[in-house]
Design a binder for this molecule. Structure first.
Ligand code: SAH
Ligand code: SF4
Length: 370
């Protein structure tokens, strides 16, 4: 009698887990290194393409493992070169992932959940219910998918994109043979990563593996709405950059804008940051979306400066990206600049985040997959 076991998702295994899995299948240890390289360096999209593995081993993998990539739904390219993919998961659920190319770097914004349990009223993802957590494999595969597409586009292959930037990903760059690359990964897509803790930690460890995708801790940023008890833990476990969606420094305002504040208020959030190990030279990124007449007064700016005093900080002012039905308006540009000046005068590094990909609803807070 044979017992049925569900297929193994190779993309969700750490290097150590892969070795253990291979040992359980009675395979020699050197296979681990070979397979890891096929998965994360050579970016094999299917086992059949791993040509230097023996036929028997490929057959075994073919029988016992799940597909290495999600299905791909819509792919759009914005006028500014930002690209968005709708990915179709094995159970038919969908998530979005966004690539933002820049002169010097390429940032991939990945999702951690289908939907979100928190309902921040300015965020389009917050209008979706939480459907489920993503697995580590589903997070890693967002990076693998986009890396594969970009490397193929760099070799001149078409990507099947809709939208303004031409047929190959990145238009000009790709056609000149220059490959666009993912240099940074941000967990700022759909979902609250700290409410999907284990899978997030595992996925980030896989992304960081030096013999694999090799994305360093300085190149990975995890954004949280403020799940205070998990913050010191994730800083210890991963040591990546932390971004905190602050948006208000008065509890009565933040209770509305970021409803998780009713559970973990500003004092608890600040204490969690104080309790977190911060590597030397690193700063906490504070995200602050500017909403007209709600949190954009110059008093609010002064209070914000006072709130972060004593914490190595980088302020990230986010112009609000409206979406159909959104109940807020963006602050006028002059007000954003005045707000920034108050923070500058307080000695804070403050940048205004440029909105990218808004024409394909790929900008911060515009993601929604159904
Ligand atoms: N759930 C996590 C990570 C995803 S949200 C978090 O909330 O931090 C990523 C960032 O986009 C957050 O800072 C969020 O506040 C911001 N955001 C959400 N909706 C937005 C919108 N409509 N315009 C601009 N930024 C938005
Ligand atoms: Fe969820 Fe973050 Fe959007 Fe809030 S801002 S609803 S926590 S994804």
């Amino acid at each position: 009698m044979t017992t049925e076991t569900s297929p193994v998702r190779l993309t969700g295994l750490t290097r150590e887990e892969l070795d253990l899995q291979l040992a359980a299948w009675g395979q020699k240890p050197f296979r681990g290194k070979q397979l890891w390289s096929w998965l994360h360096v050579k970016l094999a999209t299917e086992v059949a393409g791993m040509t230097d593995l023996s036929k028997e081993f490929r057959e075994l993998l073919g029988q016992r493992t799940a597909p290495l990539r999600p299905g791909v739904g819509r792919h759009q390219v914005a006028r500014d070169g930002t690209e968005k993919w709708l990915l179709v998961l094995a159970d038919g659920e969908t998530v979005e992932t966004v690539f933002i190319p820049d002169e010097e770097r390429g940032t991939l914004c990945i999702s951690s959940q289908v939907g979100c349990a928190l309902s921040c009223p300015f965020c389009r993802t917050g209008t979706m219910p939480l459907v489920r957590n993503l697995t580590a494999a589903e997070m890693v595969e967002q990076v693998l998918h986009v890396r594969t597409v970009l490397s193929r586009a760099g070799q001149g292959e078409e990507t099947g994109a809709e939208g303004g930037a031409g047929k190959t990903a990145g238009g000009g760059k790709a056609s000149s043979g220059e490959e666009k690359r993912i240099t940074n990964v941000v967990l700022m897509g759909m979902g609250e990563p700290l409410y999907n803790y284990e899978a997030t930690v595992k996925a980030v460890r896989i992304l960081m593996d030096r013999n694999g995708l090799a994305i360093g801790t300085r190149k990975i940023t995890l954004s949280t709405s403020g799940v205070a008890p998990r913050i010191p833990q994730v800083m210890r476990d991963l040591g990546v950059n932390l971004a905190v969606s602050l948006h208000a420094v008065r509890d009565e305002v933040r209770d509305v804008l970021v409803p998780i504040n009713r559970k973990f208020n500003l004092a608890a959030l600040r204490q969690a940051i104080m309790d977190s190990p911060l590597k030397s030279g690193r700063r906490i990124t504070w995200e602050y979306v500017l909403l007209d007449g709600i949190n954009d007064s110059l008093e609010a700016a002064a209070e914000l400066a006072a709130f972060v005093r004593g914490i190595p900080s980088k302020m990230n002012l986010i112009p609000f990206n409206p979406w159909e039905g959104s109940p807020y308006l963006p602050s006028p540009r002059e007000q954003v600049v005045r707000f920034q000046e108050v923070l500058h005068h307080a000695g804070l590094v403050t940048v205004i985040r440029e909105s990218r990909g808004a024409d394909i609803s790929a900008a911060c807070g515009q993601l929604k997959s159904f």
